[in-house]
Design a protein around this ligand. Structure first.
Ligand code: AP5
Ligand code: MG
Length: 209
């Protein structure tokens, strides 16, 4: 299954993707995750995107498209993939259509208050990237990842100003993709407000599994 997880920042795309990877047995490809890994090792890509990400803006289309095109040429995606956070603009979606046939797009439906609460409490493992939440899914030991023992930190783009900017960018540049994919008959809406276990059940139902 070749699919896209589409939705505002903090909707829970990454959290559901971790579960969906096991259900569908296809890899998760998170453009945000790839950019964060590049920032962590201070590669040329990382140096280029750090400021843009911290400000809550989008990395330019050419850079992002080239990265995804290269990733989708690898062998492990033959059976399918979950694109988490790509495409985020109409030009990205149009480019994607030239090198891969997407079969389904999951649209995460959640109001701004939900996003702000989720991003405000998000805690991320520096080592394995797992997402916790200070209130909903806290780590057992303060600041330490339950899965790998890594250090748990707050993402630089989870500051209030950056969250506000990301929501604006989402509305202006990414939300138009909802109609773009609905018109192609690929969109499945999912209520992203419940806790994760309920969302997993709804996701399976929506997928006919
Ligand atoms: P990216 O990493 O994709 O960030 P984002 O879209 O802003 O989304 P998030 O990762 O913040 O949210 P999420 O939906 O994955 O939520 P999560 O599961 O973590 O991108 C970062 C940046 O990279 C962008 O701003 C941009 O600069 C750049 N970039 C990336 N892709 C790009 C592209 N295509 N083009 C250009 N630039 C690009 O959940 C959030 C929190 O809520 C967590 O704490 C989690 O534990 C909690 N939570 C999740 N689900 C639930 C639930 N059901 N109940 C309770 N708590 C929950
Ligand atoms: Mg994410």
């Amino acid at each position: 299954m070749k699919m896209i997880f589409l939705g505002p920042p903090g909707a829970g795309k990454g959290t559901l993707a971790v579960k969906a990877v096991e259900i569908l047995e296809v890899p998760q490809i998170s453009t945000g995750g790839i950019f964060r890994a590049a920032v962590a090792v201070q590669s040329p890509l990382g140096l280029k995107v750090k400021e843009i990400m911290d400000a809550g803006k989008l990395v330019d289309d050419d850079t992002t498209i080239a990265l995804v095109k290269e990733r989708l040429a690898q062998d492990d995606v033959k059976k399918g993939y979950i694109l988490d956070g790509f495409p985020r603009t109409i030009p990205q979606a149009e480019a994607l259509a030239t090198f891969s046939n997407v079969e389904k797009v999951i649209n995460f439906d959640i109001p701004d208050e939900g996003v702000i609460e989720r991003l405000g409490g998000r805690r991320v493992c520096r080592k394995c990237g797992f997402n916790f939440h200070a209130k909903f899914t806290p780590t057992s030991k303060e600041g330490i990842c339950d899965h790998c023992g890594g250090e748990v930190y707050i993402r630089d783009d989870d500051r209030p100003e950056a969250i506000k900017k990301r929501l604006e960018v989402y509305r202006a540049q990414t939300a138009p993709l909802i109609d773009y994919y609905r018109n192609k008959g690929l969109l499945l809406d999912i209520d992203a407000r419940p806790m994760i276990d309920e969302i997993v059940v709804n996701f399976k139902k929506a997928m006919g599994l």
